[in-house]
Write a protein that binds this ligand. Structure first.
Ligand SMILES: [Fe+2]
Ligand SMILES: [Fe+2]
Length: 297
């Protein structure tokens, strides 16, 4: 049986936001977006759904008052409780309180891996849910850290997955690979993480959010899947199918909020919008994953 799941990220809820903040975000309309997410996901009967972090607008940039932060946490948690499929998530840099930089209240409502949680999400498929903020001063380092503790936990989970005949998907908030904008948004210690990914054939793909950009990069014999935000253009989530013959298929689904999406689009230049949404194969593509074929073969 193929595995069919959804990945969404960076939904950035901000109740009664005073402004939209930097494009493509549409924070003044975050409730509208939040309301549209569960019904959209529930129509597709996914095996499971994963959120890549930045549910909220805590941390840096927004200076959210604690009272609003607590309200946003409550409202976001209630919205995501409506998703019918098993729901997994990791924290983002904007999920801590903006006044004391603590994840304590977030951890009371959402999973907070210390630092890595492994779940059996489908037959012969495990998820490694990584918290790159578990031992990091988010104020100083919004990209998080790939710590030795994370690295060792992932290496042993990958070895165990291989001996059990399971494929492993890694989820972390920030990027694994640089782009033309140097190291912006890349997790500190990414070189160590890439070595671990290279060394472990059960690890077939890594999923990230944070930069609000769609990008799919086959790297060596695994895949890095970066996904745009769900609070502005291109305003969507990924549907992913992993087939028994080793194929990864993804389709990008835009929420049915055309005016909101257009209003977000109008805040950026053509070139900027092309970067947010990526080219066609960063949204919709089919790629053979040799490691998946081998592990599931
Ligand atoms: Fe974000
Ligand atoms: Fe982020």
């Amino acid at each position: 049986m193929p595995v069919h799941f959804a990945f969404l990220t960076d939904t950035h809820h901000y109740p009664d936001a005073p402004e939209d903040f930097g494009a493509p975000k549409m924070l003044t309309r975050s409730q509208e977006v939040l309301d549209a997410i569960p019904p959209a996901l529930n129509t597709q009967a996914f095996d499971f759904v994963v959120h890549g972090g930045d549910f909220l607008c805590g941390g840096g940039s927004f200076n959210l008052p604690t009272e609003t932060y607590l309200r946003s946490l409550d409202e976001a948690a209630k919205a995501f409780d409506q998703i019918q499929a098993p729901f997994y998530s990791i924290p983002g840099n904007h999920d801590c309180d903006a006044q004391n930089w603590s994840y304590k209240d977030y951890a009371a409502r959402f999973p907070y891996p210390e630092p890595l949680t492994i779940v059996d999400a489908a037959p012969r498929l495990r998820l490694a849910l990584a918290n790159v903020f578990h031992d990091c001063d988010v104020l100083e380092q919004s990209g998080g850290i790939w710590t030795d503790a994370l690295d060792q936990a992932l290496r042993s989970a990958a070895e165990e997955a291989l001996s059990d005949g399971c494929a492993l998907l890694l989820f972390l908030h920030t990027w694994v690979l640089t782009d033309f904008d140097r190291d912006r948004g890349v997790v500190e210690g990414a070189d160590k993480l890439r070595r671990t990914l290279s060394d472990n054939p059960s690890l077939v793909a890594a999923f990230t959010g944070h930069r609000h950009i769609n990008r799919i990069t086959p790297y060596r014999d695994y895949l890095i899947v970066d996904t745009a935000c769900l609070i502005g253009f291109p305003l969507g989530y990924r549907e992913i199918i992993l087939s028994e013959d080793g194929y990864f298929t993804t389709r990008f689904h835009t929420l049915d909020l055309p005016q909101l999406n257009q209003d977000s689009y109008d805040r950026s230049t053509l070139e900027e919008n092309r970067i947010w949404q990526g080219h066609v194969h960063d949204r919709d593509t089919e790629i053979l994953l040799p490691r998946l074929k081998e592990v599931w073969g």
